[in-house]
Design a protein around this ligand. Structure first.
Ligand code: UDP
Length: 329
């Protein structure tokens, strides 16, 4: 299929572009390069640096490239910033997506794969998280993702749009060959920050709280390899053939891992100590978030290639070791 990958120069998008090429599809990238990196996408992949608000340009790309399906990764994803500057998030994550969807529907492109998040669940009533749990986001980031999910349901009903929304848990790791990986500015994620502390590129890591009701007192998260995420996006294609299909899947491994376990895995993989201190809890961090991935496994035949934190960290380390300054610096 000809697949438009919006946000294809970002972390998850760029890995998905590779997976599309590897599985015989034809990716076309749209990325305004606010957070994306041109160097994360192969030179021979068609690339357009356009904002989603530019509907006439996006419409032209859909027609020219004969796009059959759109994957949408472009979003701002700093939870704290979404609280202090919600307008930015409503415009970028919600309004931009509506522009994109209006263009698609106007151009007759009716298959859509959306990057949603476990942040739509807020503080879940039980663990592991199944897709049917109530969604009650506790910050504007999660709310804008849920707003898009709800718009998609209405568009499926009204316009015959077929969509899959993937609720990611903690995307982590890098391409197996170490050539592309995570490069955020500013970086806020645990694994790249802890690796940077281990290599002395940053001062010690602050562990946000060790008094949570968890086995070692630090937060439990579900780290899922970025290539495992990518494979689910392609595994869902067949299901989108039916007009009006509306699908929701949690993408996580189902294994909870604590912050201290992540640090230990980094020490094992790199052979270096991760200097760290215990800091106060970070506002808005639930004690535990992990998926029940059974639905994606059963319905998509999704299997996880990187089930353990050490295997995930090993790929992240390969990337960071070879590219200490990330892309193109
Ligand atoms: N974390 C931490 N120190 C940091 C960054 C993150 O202790 O410098 C913790 C954070 O509190 C959470 C886990 O690591 O429990 C994963 O955080 P991250 O920001 O990577 O992802 P999130 O779970 O917020 O999506």
């Amino acid at each position: 299929m000809n697949v438009l990958v919006v946000g294809g120069a970002g972390y998850i998008g760029s890995h998905c572009v590779r997976e599309l090429t590897a599985t015989g599809h034809r990716p076309v990238v749209v990325d305004n390069l606010v957070f994306g990196h041109r160097a994360a996408v192969a030179e021979d992949v068609p690339f357009y640096s356009v904002n989603l608000g530019n509907e006439s340009e996006i419409g032209k790309i859909l027609r020219k490239e004969k796009i059959e399906l759109v994957m949408h990764f472009a979003a701002y994803a700093y939870v704290g910033e979404s609280v202090t500057d919600p307008l930015k998030y409503y415009f970028n994550n919600l309004a931009s997506t509506l522009h994109l969807l209006r263009c698609m529907i106007g151009s007759g492109v009716k298959k859509f794969v959306f990057s949603s998040t476990c942040a739509t669940y807020g503080i879940p009533a039980r663990m592991p998280i199944t897709e049917d749990l109530p969604q009650a986001p506790i910050n504007p980031y999660g709310q804008t993702k849920l707003d898009v999910e709800n718009a998609l349901k209405a568009f499926a009903h009204a316009y015959g749009l077929s969509f899959a929304a993937f609720r990611y848990f903690n995307a982590a790791g890098a391409a197996e060959d170490g050539t592309i990986g995570e490069d955020h500015d500013p970086e806020t994620h645990l694994i790249p920050l802890a690796i940077a502390a281990a290599t002395g590129r940053r001062p010690e890591l602050a562990v946000f709280g060790n008094d949570y009701p968890t086995p070692d007192g630090t937060c439990l998260r579900d780290y899922v390899h970025v290539d495992d995420l990518s494979r689910a996006h392609i595994a869902v294609f067949d299901k989108l053939a039916a007009p009006g299909a509306g699908l929701f899947y949690n993408l996580g491994t189902g294994t909870p891992t604590s912050v201290l376990e992540v640090l230990r895995a980094i020490e094992t993989v790199t052979g270096k100590k991760v200097p760290h201190t215990i800091a106060p809890r970070r506002a808005g961090d639930p004690p535990a978030l992990y998926a029940d991935p059974a639905k994606a496994r059963h319905e998509l035949g999704w299997s996880i290639k990187y089930p353990g934190i050490e295997a995930i960290v090993a790929t992240a380390w390969k990337w960071h070791e070879a590219h200490p300054d990330g892309f193109g610096k």
